[in-house]
Design a protein around this ligand. Sequence first.
Ligand SMILES: Cc1cc2nc3c(=O)[nH]c(=O)nc-3n(C[C@H](O)[C@H](O)[C@H](O)COP(=O)(O)OP(=O)(O)OC[C@H]3O[C@@H](n4cnc5c(N)ncnc54)[C@H](O)[C@@H]3O)c2cc1C
Length: 395
Amino acid sequence: MSTRNRICVDVAIVGGGIAGLWLADLLRGRGYSTVLIERSTFGDGQTIRSQGMIHGGLKYALAGVLTGASESIAAMPARWRDCLRGSGDVDLRGVRVLSERYYLWSPNDSAVGRLGGFLASKVVRGRARRLERSEYPAAFASPDFRGVVYELDELVIDAPSLLNHLAQAQRGHTISGMVGAEHLQLRNDGSLASIRLRDCEVTAERFVLTAGAGNEALLNALAIHEPATQRRPLHQVMVRRAGLPPLYGHCVAPLTGSEPRLTVTTHTDQSGERMWYVGGQLATDGVARTDAEQARHAQAELAACLPWLDLAGAQFETLRVDRAEPQQHGGRRPDTAFVAAIGNVLACWPTKLTLAPDLGDKVLAALNCAPSHRAVTDIPDRLTHPGVAVPPWNR
Ligand SMILES: Cc1cc2nc3c(=O)[nH]c(=O)nc-3n(C[C@H](O)[C@H](O)[C@H](O)COP(=O)(O)OP(=O)(O)OC[C@H]3O[C@@H](n4cnc5c(N)ncnc54)[C@H](O)[C@@H]3O)c2cc1C
């Protein structure tokens, strides 16, 4: 192997979703040399399919109590806003914000029940505000709407724009290639020495695994059995109809569990039309439904949650995707970002887009090696620029 294709970095990162791209940017900003290896296109797992909500966890408090999950996430919207202004851990100036606010609505007043008291309480510390009719966003501005709307201090970002921005910053520091067991060069003690991809060998002080669902196979190849991974499947729905109003909100009535009944975000497809991307309880329970059943169910749910809107002629498409996370007792939702250091390998899962800053904190704490402040210039051009994944509404 020629020395030209030997790439020596402080940190090699495998997997370029939000976790890998965020960490690459953060670590390079702190003086670490990095290389990011992506198998297909950036974000082509969960990130490009996410709804882009940068939330502070109030959606996990719908039962009327702040849980561990809702408390640890509370600081995230402010940290993302700092990044968007250029004063945070990662410079996100120029990333498209779809909505500066997120809403929580009930189609009728009575169904809000004790959640209303909770949202008005001191515990929520001003993170939610009940809106006057005159302040309602367009989707609720109908005389037929008799419910309540709360405004949450949370934002929605455009995932493709975020991925494009972060990918651009990694130009010249990325390699296109799928890392499999056959590419991992192990030392006699079983630790990872390097990754050999085609005619290129990457050696590093630390190897960071941010491959989402791909972490499982990589950890197995390294004979690392803890942490194990879990997948939580979703059956999302996309709704298209000319003239849909922008809608960013959770429908919370009636409240039957800890999850909103519907979670809606609005995106613009390649033809310039708005479409709704719908998750929440509908997507969690919907994994047991066929695509046609899920489309019919979504239609009925939207009619029940937004009865004042005419959705006649709307087209419904469904999308199945798994969330990949470290295994939790009983398959529960993890509360925070997760990093496990096993020798010179760090296995990472942000567990939510919103928790990327939390993941960054945890990786910086776990790296346990000093930055070399060395620039990496020897990545051959032909290996770089995997490109950014296409969002589901443009496929
Ligand atoms: C439908 C849906 C909606 C969501 N909405 C939200 C939301 O609104 N707000 C929120 O906070 N969170 C949301 N989430 C969760 C959030 O999207 C994920 O937690 C986050 O995107 C995970 O990022 P990641 O980088 O770990 O993984 P991924 O985005 O899955 O990225 C993994 C990357 O690794 C690459 N890869 C895999 N294997 C290999 C390999 N062997 N070699 C090289 N590369 C490899 C893949 O191609 C991919 O690019 C949502 C998730 C889903 C599924």
